[in-house]
Design a protein around this ligand. Structure first.
Ligand SMILES: Nc1nc2c(ncn2[C@@H]2O[C@H](COP(=O)(O)OP(=O)(O)OP(=O)(O)O)[C@@H](O)[C@H]2O)c(=O)[nH]1
Length: 174
């Protein structure tokens, strides 16, 4: 059955763990769609820990930019995209305009809506602090906020994770 779940929260809030648990609960095969790129040793180690912690049978697909196309190739019933926030960052740093990112978001959500299975999206809440003093950070905050709103609208279930605990924003309680 087609279902979209959005998991949002701050850094180290436990959102990836929550999303992975939700994907595993589905019981079928899972594809993990990673948008992160390792540009330094710390990120290599972080990604290595995630790989080691994932169930052995899960497939991994790494795609920093063209996530709709990558999701279209997923053949497992469950897909977990971690995370929209790094994808938006990658896209803006690659020179995509806000409109290009929003169009790509629509395409991504269309793919999720037409897949026969569960798609879990992980993202970050980044707009709660002070207004950033540089233009790129302000653009990032605004574009990601709009992407998150679109993803939440398209979702059946949406959760905010804070201090490891889920708050149900929409849909079924965990
Ligand atoms: N390229 C790549 N990235 C991965 C892989 N596994 C996990 N990641 C990335 O790791 C990132 C999430 O890790 P963290 O930054 O440690 O988690 P977090 O979201 O800050 O923290 P929590 O809220 O606690 O989950 C996501 O952006 C993923 O894309 C992988 O196999 N390859």
């Amino acid at each position: 059955m087609t279902r979209i779940v959005l998991v949002t929260g701050g850094a180290r809030s436990g959102k990836s763990t929550f999303a992975e648990r939700r994907a595993a609960q589905e019981g079928g095969a899972v594809t993990y769609l990673a948008t992160a790129q390792a540009f330094d040793d710390e990120m290599h180690e972080r990604i290595g820990r995630h790989i080691a912690d994932r169930p052995a049978g899960w497939r991994t697909l790494e795609e920093p930019l063209h996530v709709a196309g990558a999701l279209r190739t997923v053949i497992t019933p469950t897909a977990l995209l971690d995370c929209l926030s790094l994808w938006v960052s990658n896209a803006l740093l690659a020179g995509w305009t806000e409109q290009t990112v929003l169009d790509a978001t629509c395409e991504l959500l269309d793919v999720a809506r037409t897949r026969a299975g569960l798609t879990v999206f992980v993202t970050n809440e980044v707009g709660s602090g002070i207004v950033p003093d540089n233009a790129l950070a302000r653009l990032y905050r605004d574009v990601l906020g709009r992407v998150n709103q679109r993803a939440a609208t398209a979702s059946d279930d949406a959760y905010l994770i804070a201090s490891g605990l889920p708050l149900t924003l929409k849909g079924t309680s965990p």
